[in-house]
Ligand binder design. Sequence first.
Ligand code: ADP
Ligand code: MG
Length: 693
Amino acid sequence: MSRPEALWPLFGDLTGLPGVGPKTAGLLAQLKIETPRDLLFTLPHSVIDRRRRDTIRGADLPATLTVEVTVLSHRAPSGRGPTRIEVQDGAATFQIVYFRARGDWLARALPVGERRIVSGRVELFDGIAQMAHPDHVLRPDEAGSIPDFEPVYPLTTGLGQRAMARAAAAALDRAPQVAEWADPGVVAREGWPDWRAALAAAHAPGAPDAAGPDTPARRRLAYDEFLAHQMTLALIRAERRRRAGRPTAAAGRLSGAARAALPFAPTGAQERAIAEIAADMAAPHRMSRLLQGDVGSGKTLVAVMALLDAVEAGGQGVLMAPTGILARQHLDGVAPLARAAGVTVEILTGRDKGAERAAKLAALAAGETGILVGTHAVFSRDVEFHDLRLAVVDEQHRFGVSQRLELGRKGEKVDTLVMTATPIPRSLSLAQFGHMEVSVLDEKPPGRTPVTTALVSTDRLDDVVARLRRAVDEGRQAYWVCPLVEESEVSDLTAAQDRFAGLRAALGEGRVDLVHGRLAPADKDAAMARFAAGETGVLVATTVIEVGVDVPNASIMVIERAEAFGLAQLHQLRGRVGRGAAQSTCLLIHGPDPGETARRRLEILRGTEDGFRIAEEDLALRGAGDMLGHAQSGLPRFRIADVERQPDLLQVAQRDARRLLADDPGLTSPRGAAMRTLLWLMEQDKGIRLLGV
Ligand code: ADP
Ligand code: MG
């Protein structure tokens, strides 16, 4: 498939545009503008009202104003002071001020006795109105060259507004009339202009507020951007679903038996997720679903129900965790329920060697093992299932893509359920996981004790240690997290080792342990096990306390240099405590002067334990790219659309994309063809490739 001819002029060289030479093209390239198409989608970020007025009198200063003046006099600088030029408009006199301007140039630009149009920011200084360095100084006959509403573009050194506006206008001239790809109902309801008109309006604003995100033109262009991306995700989704899966239907015999053994009733959210997953597995396509739920929301139970369905349907299931400790913990969670259902569970980690491992593999290949819990060891080529139907992957981000591919080879039609404990705001989840189905556990099981969170300045570290000592004397247990901040793993490790030594001196040998990334896995496991068994009182750790590790007796979490962590990470860490009956505490230790934003972020954490709320507020504070890190998020850089502020448009775009594809899977209808044009226009290469398949 090749690019529609109508779009060719937009993908040519920038120097093909009138008025754009190699120098301007080079400057534009610094702004990541390589083609006329890029120019089209680089919109002004604000608008300056340059409408002429008679006088500056009556204006709310400071303000950017445009008036016609008569030049009265020039006052040369005294010493290093500015040149002051007295001017008179329709009703007032004021000063135009230049610092370090050449006198002869000024005399020519603003000759005494002549009339000029001046436009710039007017401010009051000591009661005198001044316009310093006007943006425009023109003869009255040139005044037409200033638009009433001047667009303000992002620039780079050497590139001026005028050159930018000229280039944008030239690109706009090349924009073709295209067939409508948007849903006609949405366009009508929102009162949107067509694509070309929307671009024209965005580049040539007709009102002071025309650069705001809420004008019909801007909303339309944002929608287009979302729509193109969502269409790609919808194509990926469709392609996955086309790959034949097979129905895995169960009457609930096994899961029912497990339920009967539960000491509690599942939450409403768990029930909903269980039902969604069961329906998805029962359908003939291949399931690709995300289960999102905060720490402690009870994802394991949901996973077990699905795994038991897979077994009841005559197959097997695998539950994968990123570390051996977590795998063993999952085993502890899964085993009683599986036992109640009469299903055999086995664990496979990197520790398994020799004859024992061979026996496990044999049982798995023979289908005697119903559910396998494991680590990446499960990906080994010699691990063969009898009939794998469902793979549950916990904490997806810890697994690499290639490993997930490897998993695909274990079973042609395996349904997958990915569990993540990182709450993602709904808008982001749509943008990031639009190609998957998503189930959300937005409700926590009752009975957890709230964690008291406090912000403590590092100045008071001695107090913290003294209190910790008393708590440990009382038999309580604590995590102490030292941050790992980029670059210097070595010095961070040194800091953690120093802290470890200090705490050991204060609390006593044998009551403090240290785990960090450089430790051999076996040593790390041993330290974690001693802590879990209550043998150590304080566990000092660099960053990674194994995600999801469960030590109910640990009730204190100290996090040093908390401002260096992401909120999601802090929330995860805090989730390690508050798991038992005891009142739990989280101390966020910050530098003496963490800064305004850092403090606000820590306060969000103090204010709530609701992971979704924390994520929403974090998003509002930081922006999407920052929050997820673009590279690994798979989230595109939208030029116009704003994931945080326009979740409504994103949702509409997802619905429209999926609906269009359901009606017209090959995108062959007139609207489908228009959608192809949009994909090309938005450089959705991946979506385009899928269409070619
Ligand atoms: P997650 O993996 O989502 O962090 P878990 O599945 O480990 O959470 O569950 C956390 C704890 O809550 C476990 O001890 C589990 O037995 C318990 N739990 C799960 N569901 C419920 C429920 N509906 N009512 C009470 N306790 C529950
Ligand atoms: Mg878990």
